[in-house]
Write a protein that binds this ligand. Structure first.
Ligand code: RFL
Ligand code: PHB
Length: 397
């Protein structure tokens, strides 16, 4: 069968936040790229995931001219609350760091990035199948795939593996060429999206003796709530009334907090894991975002970390393709991994401080409460949390 051959400078696998932001960054630098996505546009635009955007992420979207709708519709949060031992304490990001976070659904970001990309005539193929990375260890890599009943080959100078944790990019790297660090947590999150107006202006992370709960939101009409559950739990075990009862138990009561109920639009269980593959490169294949690493969601970092990677990658690719300087590509993995591990540390620390671990004794519990006391009373400790939460500055030239 004939193979359709196309050429570009950068082949991007995956139209999630990493792949789409990379495409826009490269286009700004005048670099040609093609994005390949195995799901449909409807599917990627409706996948409910992250909601918290760091300050540097939002600044970058603005700089790229991709934040018009975000600036109209998103919610600015200047702090966050922690509930524990019957109290609520606020950490004031703005006072401590001068920065804030933005609450805007990941699928809204993805919608905006796709619309802007297609508007400017960018190449993006949905529903491609059998995506395979070829000859990554030579100087002429390519990606083959099937679409519209035909076989295709996309030749490129660089392949960007932005295809998430279960993608093909990382899996195409020979065993032995990657080192993996992995931590699976002994719990999961049950997340719901409910058509109910938020009762507070900011997120509430709650440490409760029955387990962690998180109060978040997506808009003035939709709340996003999470409960710590066991890793083998199933959505079928959680009828609506059980979810609301458990949320009411674990979230604070009184003092302006009123858990408003409403129709549940979606329920899903997410396992909790920290994972890092290194190096984030194999020859001309560069991994970015969840394809290279995942963090437990307690720090709200995964999407933001994906964006931080592609900021470094776009810069490195430009130096290589436009100035024949491979230094950026050679340093890519080390530069990204420095941030990745700082974020893993933050997410692991938040996770340890807020969840109930099986086998916790009275001593462990008191240590958790003391940690929360320290973080919410010491300006130094609160500042350390705030600067990580609002987002460490990107590494840029
Ligand atoms: P994505 O978003 O998974 O995108 C990868 C894309 O690649 C496609 N793909 C392929 N395409 C072509 N060929 C193949 N063989 C392919 N295989 C896969 C996929 O269809 C998809 O479109 O990875 P990316 O771009 O690296 O982005 C990472 C983020 O999605 C992820 O880290 C966050 O969602 C994590 N996360 C959060 N991050 C935050 O920054 N703030 C948060 O508040 C936050 N909350 C969360 C989260 C993740 C959660 N879940 C469901 C895991 C809350 C939850 C519950
Ligand atoms: C969310 O709103 O989905 C969310 C917020 C904070 C987190 C994780 C998820 O830490």
């Amino acid at each position: 069968m004939t193979v359709r051959v196309e050429r570009t400078e950068v082949a991007i696998i995956g139209a999630g936040p990493a792949g789409l932001v990379l495409a826009h960054l490269l286009a700004r630098a005048g670099i040609d790229c093609v994005v390949l996505e195995d799901c449909s546009r409807e599917h990627v635009e409706s996948r409910v995931r992250a909601g918290v955007l760091e300050f540097p992420t939002v600044e970058l979207l603005r700089e790229l001219g991709l934040a018009d709708r975000l600036d109209r519709e998103a919610m600015t949060h200047r702090g966050v609350e922690f509930a524990f031992a019957g109290q609520r304490r606020r950490i004031d990001f703005e006072a401590l760091t001068g920065k804030y976070i933005t609450v805007y659904g990941q699928q809204e970001v993805v919608k905006d990035l796709i619309a802007a990309w297609l508007d400017r005539g960018g190449a993006l193929h949905f529903e491609v199948a059998d995506v395979t990375v070829r000859d990554a260890d030579g100087t002429a890599p390519s990606v083959t795939y099937r679409a519209g009943g035909r076989s295709h080959r996309l030749d490129a100078a660089i392949v960007a593996g932005c295809d998430g944790f279960h993608g093909v990019s990382r899996a195409s790297i020979p065993a032995g060429a990657l080192e993996v660090a992995d931590r699976v947590y002994p719990f999961a999150w049950l997340g719901i999206l409910a058509e109910a107006p938020p009762t507070t202006e900011e997120l509430i992370y709650s440490n409760h003796e029955r387990g962690f709960a998180l109060y978040s939101m997506r808009s003035p009409r939709v709340t996003r709530l999470y409960l710590q559950v066991t890793p083998d739990d199933a959505v079928e075990n959680w009828p609506e009334n059980r979810i609301w009862d458990e949320l009411a138990t674990r979230l604070p009561t009184g003092a302006g907090f009123d858990l408003r109920q409403g129709p549940i639009l979606e329920t899903a269980i997410t396992t909790m894991r920290g994972f890092v593959a290194s190096p984030m490169r194999h020859g001309r294949l560069f991994l970015a975002g969840d394809a290279a690493h995942i963090v437990p969601p307690t720090g709200a970092k995964g999407l933001n970390l994906a964006v931080a990677d592609v900021v470094v990658l776009a810069d490195a690719v430009e130096r290589f393709l436009r100035h024949h300087d491979p230094a950026g590509l050679d340093g890519y993995s080390a530069v990204c991994l420095r941030r990745v591990w700082r974020i893993q540390r933050f997410a692991a620390w938040m996770t340890a401080m807020l969840h109930r671990f099986d086998g916790d004794d009275r001593f462990d519990r008191q240590l958790q409460l003391a940690e929360l006391e320290q973080v919410t009373t010491s300006v130094a400790a609160a500042t350390a949390l705030a600067e990580n939460y609002v987002g460490l500055p990107f590494e840029r030239r």
